[in-house]
Structures are given as structure tokens and as C-alpha cells.
Design a protein around this ligand. Structure first.
Ligand code: HEM
Length: 285
């Protein structure tokens, strides 16, 4: 969910699919930046496949950013989470983010709540958004290396002992390539059990567990643990806000032909032409 253009890279991180570029945009790919190395390669292929199917039916009018935002929503729906309308009309960025910009714009799993709240506040997201969005860790997997600093050489004292011992069995060394489920209670269901995990000191990352340790966010964690509908409501608000951060629209950016590379020549942008025609017609009638 990190996206940029070289010219504006210092100030901007938005939903423009720059992370999907494979390096053909003229430099090392954003995918090779350390925080992005664990993104599943298959997911890039799936987005490209979806793009091809949409293009076959509709032409080159839907951006990879919109397809990614819809795919994220549908993964939530398919795992029993909330359904919501995704605001559309994003364009794709022309460039990828530098490694430094990627690091600056992503929160690390070893970050504490102060860092999370500060980073998100800079993007207009509040504590409720931070706790609700972190609830996406109710599904999916993590590589051991993303959290083994909590196990080796010393065990993080905020972690439940049995949970830690089980994690050590799954990740026998600090640099193990293995993966584990992020939500031990219901790893394949989008529900509020992630918050129950946190209340039992079974959060995987420091960035997760500290949301329950920190008094500013503890009450929000508890409220979501006891009320799944409230979590769903706040998660949808957070996703819609996050999905609109620094989006490119109108004449900005482009609609890529392939999600993994920039268009060779800046083609006539069909969506913009349609918008301009609509404007012309509404001005006439
Ligand atoms: C505090 C901010 C966040 C941090 C520090 C963080 C960190 C991480 C890390 C380290 C992983 C595991 C990567 C790996 O080792 O394979 C991960 C996975 C994941 N994260 Fe986050 N994340 C954050 C926010 C979010 C948000 C806002 C969402 C979505 C709304 C999200 C959704 C996911 C999902 C679905 C996975 C599982 C991916 C998979 O199964 O391959 N995360 N996150």
C-alpha cells in the first residue's frame, strides 16, 4: 500500500500502485526495498491477471490502484469481514519509491505505539484508525524474521510464555525462513479475535502488542475485542481514509497497460477523455 513518484517522493506516499512496478520504470524496484521483500510474489501476478481480465472486457480504463483497492476489499469479504464500497478513480504513478522513502513511510513491526500514532497522524489518521487498521492482522501470515527479535536472544516479557515457546518451535532460529499465522485463534477468518489475542499477550509484533500495553490505545483494543461490529465499522472508515491518501486522479499519472511496468509512451488516457467529454456535454445541456 505504498506508492510514489520520484519527483514528489519526499512528501508523498499514496495509493498509486508504484509497489507493483518490477523495476522497468528505470531503477531498482520498490519491491526490493527491505520492508517489501516479504510481500508475496504471487499477489503481484494475481493483480496483473485481474487487470488483464478487466481490460479484456472494458479496455484500458481501470487503474491497477483501483484493482488493488478492490482486491483488498474482496479479500476481507471472502474471509467473512465487512463489505464496503471502494471509492474509485485512482490513476497509477509513473515511478516507484526509493528504498529510503519506503522505509520512511512504513512502520516497522518492532515499532511502539508512539511511533505508530506519530506516523499515522502525519497522514491524517488517528488512534482509532491505527488500532482498527492493525486489525487486518486477523488474517495472513508472517515470516519468522519479522518478529524473532522478540524471542532471541531474550524473550520479550510482554509475550505470553506458552505463545512464545510455540513460536520458538515454529522459528527455531532468529533467521529461520519459516512462516506462522498472525492470529492464533482464527487465522483465516476476518474477525475481532486479533484483539482477543492482544488482551492475552499473544500479539505477534511489538507494533501489535504495544497497542494493548499503551494506555492511549488499550481502551480501543478492548472495545473491539468485545464488539466485532464496532471493529468492522472503524476498519471500513480506516480503509477508506487510507485508500485515499495522496491518490493521483484526473490528468495525473496514467492507466497502465500492465501493472508491473509503466506504459512505454504516454498514451491517450481514455478515462480522462471520457471525463472531459462528460464535462463538455454537461456544460452544453
Ligand atoms: C502498524 C502498522 C503495520 C505494521 C508494523 C505491519 C507489519 C506487518 C508485517 C511485519 C507483516 C508480516 C510480513 C512477513 O513477514 O511476511 C505483515 C503482514 C500483513 N499485514 Fe501488516 N503491518 C501494519 C499495518 C497493516 C495494515 C494497515 C494492513 C491492512 C489494512 C495490514 C495487513 C497485513 C496483512 C493482510 C498481512 C499478511 C500478509 C500475508 O499473509 O502475506 N498491515 N504486516
Amino acid at each position: 500500500m505504498q506508492i510514489y513518484s520520484r519527483r514528489i517522493v519526499k512528501m508523498k506516499a499514496g495509493c498509486d500502485s508504484s509497489v507493483l512496478l518490477d523495476g522497468s520504470a528505470g531503477g531498482p524496484s520498490e519491491q526490493t526495498a527491505i520492508p517489501n521483500l516479504t510481500l508475496r510474489k504471487k499477489s503481484f501476478k494475481i493483480i496483473d491477471y485481474l487487470m488483464k481480465r478487466v481490460q479484456a472486457k472494458c479496455g484500458q480504463v481501470v487503474s491497477c490502484s483501483d484493482i488493488t483497492a478492490i482486491a483488498a476489499r474482496d479479500s476481507v469479504v471472502l474471509t467473512d469481514g465487512p463489505k464496503y464500497d471502494v471509492p474509485l478513480g485512482r490513476k497509477n504513478g509513473l515511478n516507484f519509491a526509493t528504498e529510503q522513502a519506503t522505509i520512511d513511510n512504513l512502520v516497522a513491526p518492532f515499532a511502539n505505539t508512539t511511533t505508530i500514532l506519530d506516523r499515522l497522524a502525519a497522514k491524517g489518521l488517528d488512534a482509532t484508525d491505527a488500532v482498527a487498521l492493525s486489525g487486518a492482522h486477523t488474517i495472513g501470515i508472517s515470516h519468522c524474521t519479522s518478529f524473532t527479535e522478540r524471542l532471541y536472544p531474550n524473550q520479550d516479557r510482554t509475550m505470553d510464555k506458552t505463545f512464545a515457546n510455540n513460536l520458538k518451535r515454529s522459528c527455531p532460529t532468529a533467521d529461520s525462513n519459516n512462516t506462522v499465522n498472525m492470529d492464533i485463534r482464527s487465522p483465516n477468518v476476518f474477525d475481532n479475535k486479533y484483539y482477543v489475542d492482544l488482551m492475552n499477550r499473544q500479539g505477534l509484533f511489538t507494533s501489535d502488542q504495544d497497542l494493548y500495553t499503551d494506555r492511549r490505545t488499550r481502551g480501543i483494543v478492548t472495545s473491539f475485542a468485545v464488539n466485532q461490529s464496532l471493529f468492522f465499522e472503524k476498519f471500513v472508515i480506516g480503509m477508506i481514509k487510507m485508500g485515499q491518501l495522496n491518490v493521483l486522479t484526473g490528468g495525473q499519472g496514467e492507466i497502465r497497460n500492465r501493472c508491473d511496468r509503466r506504459n512505454k509512451d504516454k498514451k491517450v488516457d481514455i478515462a480522462t477523455v471520457v471525463e472531459e467529454l462528460e464535462e463538455t456535454f454537461s456544460a452544453l445541456f
